[in-house]
Design a protein around this ligand. Structure first.
Ligand code: BMA
Length: 745
């Protein structure tokens, strides 16, 4: 029995030690200096101190370069107990004294080891001594470990780095783990929770565009080769886990323009900036490159997104990196040996980074201020027009690099004000919403001021939903027979009483003439492709968009100001029932439809609409490929209905989907809502307080909207006398559920 207890306890201890890597270090790509590129194995404490002084005196520490890292050849032998010691000739005062020296200057000390039996230069490796080495580094107050991959025959890479990561964690001192495995075992696939950065390829050498093969068989690669290896791995990088294309060779012998291109591209790729030159004797050109604070800010940007190559034309590469606050870094790299002139038209660079950030440039609808990151001068603004802005000449093996900042409108728009209000209300509680609330209910229709919800609880829903299906045809009533005139009046009434308005749209099928819902035969037709520019229904659809926009533009208050509202087109596209749904068009086509609609409407109504994108519940990972992007969506919605006998499945799926969408919303600082939900005819008299409320209260949701009370065969909100009336009234009493009076000022 005791033995069992011991084993069980032991297991717990093991599980406890099975820790993650040190968190909260490496939130930005690491910056500092390393001995190797310039000095290789010829290092000693005097050199390192000199560099530490130079880091401070040159102002480089204050520019962000804080790590000072020993590479190979600092080691002596292990002592009788197996603890590693410094080489006593080169480091007579030992590593602890060096760490003190470095720390006293506001810097941090890095050290070097190897997963194998010996380091690349034949010094003792960490194999079999991982915990002991980590403990020793911690005792010396080391802050960073670069762990190499020489002499590792038969060693499993993941296991080896995990072991050192755990050892560093167990040492009790937060130590950055820089994995130097050369990409041979694809660490980007498995090291996110193990190290803070990982090398993605072989060693760099001081050359712009060629490789060098050593007699022993290994290869060094140039700047361009590093870029090519790093480029496809951008989706694996992010705060705390960076791709490392190796240390900088700036100042080690390339030409100034090559150095500038090298440094710029490392910043564009959010790469570690570890200097490799002799800081005690830099040329002014080298210093100016390494201390370009505007480029360092690109590298260190809070979003931590590795840039992407969007296009290659005339031998030039066009790179973009999304930055905090809607900015973009934009670099034109000329890797060729001759200057290239290029006529720049911003409209050629409209892009959305679907792979990582989900942010887009939108030169067709946004104007950006242009800041040259090398001349440090402003160069005007981008053009909305489809024409050449300027003809630029990019010198051979050089870059032109800009920071683009959206020109902001001075006063907040009504859409921004609504968004701020929704964010504030979401902190207070969740608003209740109802579709078509003021038009009809159980046993009545079109009675001025009446509402099933109000009849029951004495207050209107905080949110009211309205439906535009049919507006595209130019008819008087929508698909549910609501006259658009009446709808306009009720939208205004809801706005005037301080409530929130949301609008959906189930347009008909412009290709087949059918409804928004596809029938069997229509399933083989790609209506979305047909309505996009160049498609056969594009002309018709533009007329439809014009009618839609005209109605939306007619929603004005008494002073003629546009009413702010939430618009939710192309919803439930993760299901296959609407012509814009799953299986009926590709993700790209869907997003093109979204963008076309949004850009069309925004030409007339740029300031009063919040856009809501709502997949249906049970969506899978691909559905996120259809997300239009954080700069095109204000509210991330979910449509989720409970089915009869489906309570357990509903609860499970709802939580799963809300967790996913809330995560997406958190990343993009967007709002979240349950844009449609309900349980048809609410057959469960405790559904509101027992099933729905406890789920939604777990999430920062702005509102939940139940569908319309069409008639006794299809209703979603309670009314006096329905079986759920008491339970609904109970829910509404909760402080967390907001009705109109709770939100109206
Ligand atoms: C559906 C049903 C239909 C209605 C459509 C648009 O969910 O309520 O009866 O026509 O929404 O409101």
């Amino acid at each position: 029995m005791r033995k069992i207890v011991c084993i069980v306890l032991g297991l717990f201890v093991c599980l406890g030690l099975e820790a993650q890597k040190w968190e909260k270090i490496g939130d930005r790509p690491q910056m500092g200096w390393n001995t190797w590129n310039k000095f290789a194995g010829n290092i000693n404490e005097e050199l390192v101190r000199g560099i530490a002084d130079a880091l401070v005196e040159t102002g480089m520490r204050d520019a962000g370069y804080t790590y000072i890292n020993l590479d190979d050849c600092w080691h002596g032998e292990r002592d009788a107990d197996g603890f590693i010691q410094a080489d006593a000739k080169r480091f007579p005062n030992g590593i602890k004294a060096l760490a003190d020296y470095v720390h006293a200057r506001g810097l941090k000390l890095g050290i070097y080891s190897d997963c194998g039996t010996a380091t690349c230069a034949g010094r003792p490796g960490s194999l079999g001594h991982e915990y002991q080495d980590a403990l020793q580094y911690a005792r010396w107050e080391v802050d960073y470990l670069k762990e190499d991959w020489c002499n590792t025959t038969d060693i499993n890479a993941r296991g080896a780095y995990k072991l050192m990561s755990d050892a560093l964690r167990a040492s009790g001192r937060p130590i950055f783990l820089s994995m130097c495995e050369w990409g041979s075992n694809k660490p980007w696939l498995w090291a996110r929770d193990i190290g803070h950065s990982w090398r993605i390829g072989p060693d760099i050498w001081c050359n712009f565009d060629s490789t060098r093969v050593h007699p022993q068989g290994f290869t060094d690669i140039g700047v361009m080769q590093c870029i090519r290896l790093c480029e496809p791995l951008r989706k694996y990088a992010g705060p705390g886990h960076w791709n490392d294309p190796d240390m900088l060779e700036v100042g080690n012998g390339m030409t100034v323009n090559e150095d500038r291109a090298h440094f710029t591209m490392w910043c564009m790729m959010a790469s570690p900036l570890i200097l490799g030159n002799d800081l005690r004797s830099m040329s002014p050109e080298t210093k100016a490159i390494l201390m370009n604070s505007e480029l360092i800010a690109v590298d260190q940007d809070e979003l931590g997104v590795q840039g992407l190559r969007f296009a290659t034309e005339q031998g030039l590469e066009f790179w973009f990196k999304p930055l905090k606050g809607g900015d973009w870094a934009f670099t034109i790299l000329n890797p060729t040996k001759a200057p290239v002139s290029y006529a720049l038209n911003w409209q050629h660079f409209n892009l959305t980074d679907m792979e990582v950030s989900r942010l887009g440039t939108h030169f067709d609808s946004k104007v950006y201020r242009i800041r040259n990151l090398w001349t440090h001068k402003d160069e005007g603004k981008t053009l909305l027009a489809d024409k050449v802005w300027r003809t630029l000449t990019v010198p051979a093996r050089d870059v032109i690099s800009y920071r683009l900042t959206p020109v902001s409108t001075k006063t907040p728009t009504t859409a921004q004000l609504l968004s701020t209000r929704l964010a504030r209300l979401a902190k207070k509680g969740i608003m209740f919403g109802h579709q078509d609330d003021p038009f009809y209910g159980l046993g009545w229709s079109y009675e001025e001021g009446r509402s099933d919800v109000r009849d029951l609880v004495g207050d209107y829903p905080a949110v009211m939903g309205f439906e535009l299906g049919g507006i595209e045809l130019g008819v008087e009533k929508n698909l549910d027979s609501v006259p658009f005139q009446v709808m306009r009046r009720e939208i205004l009434a809801q706005h005037r009483r301080g409530g929130i308005v949301t609008i959906s749209w189930h347009p008909r099928n412009p290709l087949t003439g059918g409804t928004a819902w596809v029938n069997g035969e229509e399933r083989s037709k790609n209506t979305v492709a047909a309505v996009l520019p160049g498609g056969r229904s594009h002309g018709v659809f533009e007329i439809w968009l014009r009618r839609l926009t005209a109605f939306l533009a007619s929603l004005k208050d008494e002073q003629g100001r546009p009413i702010p509202f939430i618009f939710r087109p192309w919803h439930e596209n993760s299901g296959g029932w609407f012509w814009w749904g799953r299986g009926l068009c590709s993700s790209q086509e869907y997003r093109a439809l979204w963008n076309m609609t949004q850009d069309f409407v925004a030409q007339t109504l740029p300031y009063n609409i919040l856009w809501s994108w709502s997949p249906n519940y049970g969506f899978d990972a691909d559905a996120l490929d259809t997300y239009p992007g954080h700069d095109r969506v204000d509210i991330i919605g979910l449509d989720a209905y409970q089915q009869r006998n489906g309570e357990e499945a509903f609860i499970k799926q709802l939580n799963k989907d809300l967790a996913t969408l809330c995560q997406l919303a958190r990343e993009g600082r967007r709002l979240v809502a349950l844009t449609e939900c309900g349980f048809q005819n609410i057959p469960d008299p405790t559904w509101w307080t027992r099933v729905l409320q406890p789920q939604i209260e777990k999430y920062p949701i702005s509102y939940f909207l139940v569908w319309r009370n069409a008639d006794r065969r299809q209703y979603f909100a309670p009314a006096p006398g329905t079986a759920d009336a008491k339970d609904f009234t109970e829910m509404v009493k909760s402080k967390k559920i907001l009705m109109l009076k709770d939100i109206a000022k």
